[in-house]
Design a protein around this ligand. Sequence first.
Ligand code: ATP
Ligand code: MG
Length: 155
Amino acid sequence: MSELELFAADEEAMLVFGARIAEVSGGNGLIYLHGDLGAGKTTLSRGIIRGLGHVGAVKSPTFTLVEPYEIGALRAFHFDLYRLVDAEELEYLGIRDYFDGDALCLVEWPQRGAGVLPKADMDITITPRGAGRALRLQAQGERGNAWCAALATGT
Ligand SMILES: Nc1ncnc2c1ncn2[C@@H]1O[C@H](COP(=O)(O)OP(=O)(O)OP(=O)(O)O)[C@@H](O)[C@H]1O
Ligand SMILES: [Mg+2]
């Protein structure tokens, strides 16, 4: 499976990468966002959701677990599972409705939902590097590979 390493020197660069990811995804798929507290997962999500065309705030869904977005004909769901006690809780949230349809799903702290969450198209791991952030994109499957290829060639 393909992999890509990127460097975002500041928050603005992170938002730009997010917009590129939104573009190549076409608004469909599942992305797991890994990284410690404060790594920049919500910042990247904000870039992705705005890249899909959302105008306005993208808040951290830390307390709500999931924040839905309707952007014209596109839909996005932004999860933060940090406070999830048990992966089974996801069943009560009705997660199949989120992941079965045409939508782009972003999941912070996906390890909290292990065993219940579907397989991701891409894992993105964010780690501090100097004052900026290193992003490691790992494709999982055909769709993720296509995204990586598009991101690498800038198409
Ligand atoms: N590429 C970057 N370079 C430097 N700072 C960044 C970068 N991206 C994000 N930040 C900063 O990192 C901080 C934390 O970001 P964010 O809230 O996105 O983290 P998070 O990974 O979602 O954390 P949590 O696990 O608590 O949800 C913010 O102050 C943001 O401005
Ligand atoms: Mg966050």
